[in-house]
Design a protein around this ligand. Structure first.
Ligand SMILES: Nc1ncnc2c1ncn2[C@@H]1O[C@H](COP(=O)(O)OP(=O)(O)OP(=O)(O)O)[C@@H](O)[C@H]1O
Length: 207
């Protein structure tokens, strides 16, 4: 089955003018902008977690036609700070994710680890694995490598890019780091002053 694109249709927040755009299957659209410019709030609007104007759709399905929890399972947001509610890592995974965990450098016993012992970087990578275990059809990533050292950042980026390509997931990826955007982005938008502008790179296009 062909993976549908993720579309924003006149989507607006109180910080962002209405925006319409389409993210194709397997495309990584990076979003940069100054702190407080509304990047996370745009992601939350696409996930239908906050009140907003306009709508978003995934092929024929829209925020209006899918119930909230089903929309958010299909269009999966991984926030910068993940929430955990069970005692161990394994209890949060709806299916075994051994290959992904191994590719991200975890040993097989990570599923038995207590949430209390996890570092912020471990939490961040495990939240990505958990999100993908739910088999979403689009991804919203809020600074997915913010807590990682340079080597782990590269490892996580490579893994994410491969999964996004294999599963043909339309992806909106908030990033601050210019080098990261150059490595992963199919397209780059910059948000500033309530507007979303296509960025061709270059000094003025980056934050
Ligand atoms: N629920 C809310 N109601 C009103 N204002 C909010 C709400 N959540 C966040 N804000 C404010 O909206 C602004 C944008 O927040 P947002 O988290 O989207 O910024 P950001 O661009 O992701 O910034 P950063 O790069 O620092 O993470 C901030 O000034 C924030 O304080």
């Amino acid at each position: 089955m062909k993976t549908p694109p993720l579309s924003l249709i006149q989507l607006s927040t109180d910080l962002l003018q209405p925006v319409s755009l389409q993210i194709r299957a397997g495309e990584i659209l990076c979003l940069s902008g100054p702190s407080g410019s509304g990047k996370s709030r745009l992601l939350r609007a696409v996930a239908d977690l906050d009140p907003h104007g306009g709508s978003a759709s995934l092929g024929a399905e829209t925020q209006q036609t899918l119930r909230g929890h089903l929309w958010r399972r299909a269009v999966m947001m991984v926030p910068a700070e993940s929430a955990w509610w069970h005692e161990t890592v394994g209890e949060h995974l709806p299916k075994p994710m051994d290959a992904a965990l191994g590719q991200l450098g975890f040993t097989a016993d990570v599923t038995d680890w207590s949430i209390d012992r996890l570092s912020s970087g471990e939490k961040q990578r495990l939240a990505l694995v958990r999100a993908l275990a739910h088999e979403p059809r689009a991804l919203l990533l809020d600074e997915p490598t913010a807590n990682l050292d340079p080597d782990t950042t590269r490892q996580t980026e490579r893994w994410l890019c491969e999964v996004i390509r294999q599963r043909a997931l339309p992806t909106l990826w908030v990033a601050h780091d210019r080098a990261q955007i150059e490595r992963v982005a199919s397209r780059h938008l910059h948000i500033e002053g309530g507007r979303l502008n296509e960025s061709a790179g270059g000094q003025n296009g980056w934050m």
